[in-house]
Design a protein around this ligand. Structure first.
Ligand code: NAD
Length: 506
């Protein structure tokens, strides 16, 4: 991404523009105007005004509008896939996956939001005399700030529950990939969603910072470094936030794992989106009994990967999106090799396919002195480390500043679940990678440097609401009283204290 200035027709101050590039050619495919801080403020005001009417609709009415949008998207999927591919360089299957996940998130919240956000009765100090309920009210205007690696999936999977809960949205997509968000939002307007309910604001961190300054909640997805800056500003403004940040996800392979299913599973998990996934398999720990045959199978399947810029669902891996990630991938491989690692598959650029193509790469003889086992690589690399026991694998998997997602391969499903509980991550998938995040009923998200808060599941919509507790006292059996501890109240409290030992539901 680069910016340029364009003089307005009336000769007024030049308008800053984003130049968006196609990673397959590095040619500029379009320009989009940068939203100024004043325009962000104006958009926030419109969003705040629109929120009243939007929140006055029922959850079902809002969900129906989003389902209409989902249906339109499903009809236009070929067009949507083209938009996503043009600014990311990912293959058809990767772009389709973005649409598929968003569609399943719409279905989940359309079917469950009304139940999750229904007022909930709670116990009171004095049963019968008092009743109480918790209500879930929209926070107001929600800011969604998103990265470039899943330019459709990430913003929309986060804003669907926010909108269904009754919030209006300021969406700041990545400056690298603004057209996917722009496309999705224009389709929302076509589906009947009022324009000011969801507005897209373009630009780099300056636009993002202006959004943070004007909203009531921030759902940020991006790097840990920028997440910290955004969290600080949210703290200054005393507004809540969720942070979906970087990862260094581990996969643990037990000695009883199915060789072929594990080899293909690991390769899919490491190479999906050319490794540019927060929940990519960035390191694998394999029990020594299965290590040699598994590495052989991984080499076998890696050699069959179809990498290129072509169309069709049988292309397994496309281009990387940015030079920065490509260069970091090379630097991590070079650091590992200098410290004793061996590249057994790939390891090189593929300029014959396009300027940002990099081969699916497998490394062995790696250890935790290497950047590739400790820093987020964000490239198509699978480093594999032999371990002598499950305990060693768990210790190494947890030896990270990050704690986003993880996976375990084993035929012993019960044991796999027990081992999963020992991993310090927001989710774990067994015999699959990344699947928990693709399951909208499950809350997922990070710990430590991987973030704060959860997306999806009940947690992923409740975060967009402020709770209001309402207590009603019927005044039954009460007299006017100035003391806080009158004899009647004291007797009732003492009685209830004993009764609740035997009847805890009271
Ligand atoms: P980034 O942090 O550079 O940018 C993310 C977004 O923040 C962009 O829209 C950017 O313009 C905006 N931004 C930058 N500075 C800002 C500021 N001061 N205030 C407000 N907004 C600001 O990340 P990226 O390079 O676009 O994405 C890659 C990173 O995202 C990786 O670290 C990856 O792991 C992470 N990621 C995390 C998840 C997750 O769910 N945990 C998902 C995808 C990507």
């Amino acid at each position: 991404m680069a910016t340029s200035s364009r003089v307005n027709k009336n000769g007024a101050a030049p308008r800053e523009m984003l130049n968006v590039k196609n990673p397959l050619t590095l040619e500029v495919i379009g320009q989009i105007p940068v939203t100024s801080p004043q325009e962000v403020e104006d958009a926030a005001e419109r969003a705040r005004f629109a929120q009243r009417a939007w929140a006055a609709l029922t959850i079902q009415e809002r969900a129906k509008l989003l389902q209409n949008w989902g249906d339109l998207l499903w009809e236009r999927q070929e067009e949507a896939i083209k938009v996503i591919r043009r600014e990311t360089g990912k293959p058809d299957s990767g772009a389709f996956l973005e649409l598929l996940v968003v569609d399943s998130v719409i279905t989940y919240y359309a079917q469950n939001a009304a139940r999750i956000l229904a007022p909930k009765s709670r116990k009171t100090q004095f049963p019968i005399i008092q009743t109480a309920k918790v209500y879930y009210k929209p926070r107001g205007v929600v800011g969604i700030i998103s990265p470039w690696n899943y330019p459709f999936l990430l913003p929309f999977m986060d804003l669907i529950p926010a909108m269904i809960a009754g919030n209006t949205i300021l969406l700041k997509p990545s400056e690298v990939t603004p057209f996917s968000a722009e496309y999705g939002v224009e389709l929302m307007v076509e589906a009947g969603i009022p324009r000011d309910v969801i507005q897209v604001l373009h630009g780099d961190g300056r636009t993002g910072a202006a959004v943070v300054d004007h909203v009531d909640f921030v759902a940020f997805t991006g790097s840990t470094e920028v997440g910290r800056i955004v969290a600080k500003r949210c703290a200054e403004r005393l507004i809540p936030y969720s942070m979906e940040l970087g990862g260094k996800d581990a996969s643990i392979v037990l000695a009883d794992a199915d060789l072929d299913m594990t080899a293909t599973g690991l390769l899919r998990g490491a190479m999906e989106n050319a490794g540019q996934v927060c929940i990519s398999v960035e390191r694998a720990y394999v029990e020594e009994a299965i290590y040699e045959p598994l590495v052989e199978r991984i080499c076998y399947y890696a050699a069959q990967m179809n990498v290129g810029p072509g169309d069709g669902m049988d292309v397994h891996m496309g281009s990387m999106t940015n030079t920065v990630e490509l260069e970091r991938t090379e630097a991590h491989i070079a650091d590992a090799v200098a410290k004793g690692a061996r590249v057994i598959v790939g390891g090189k650029r593929r300029p014959d396919l396009g300027p940002l193509f990099f081969e699916p790469t497998v490394l062995v003889d790696v250890d935790h002195s290497m950047d590739i086992m400790r820093e987020e690589t964000f490239g198509p690399v699978l480093p594999i480390m032999k371990v002598s026991s499950v305990d060693e694998a768990v210790r190494l998997a947890n030896d990270s500043q990050y704690g986003l997602s993880a996976s375990i391969f084993t035929r012993d499903l019960k044991r796999g679940e027990q081992i999963a509980l020992r991993l310090d991550t927001g989710d774990v998938s067994i015999n699959r990678t990344q699947m928990a995040v693709g399951t909208p009923s499950l809350p997922t998200g990070g710990q430590r440097a991987s973030g704060v808060g959860r997306r999806n599941g009940p947690e992923g919509i409740i975060k967009y609401c402020s709770t209001q507790a309402i207590l009603i006292d019927t005044m039954i059996g009460q007299k006017p009283e100035l003391s806080l501890a009158d004899p009647l109240t004291l007797n009732l409290v003492k009685t209830l204290r004993v009764v609740r030992r035997f009847l805890p539901f009271i």
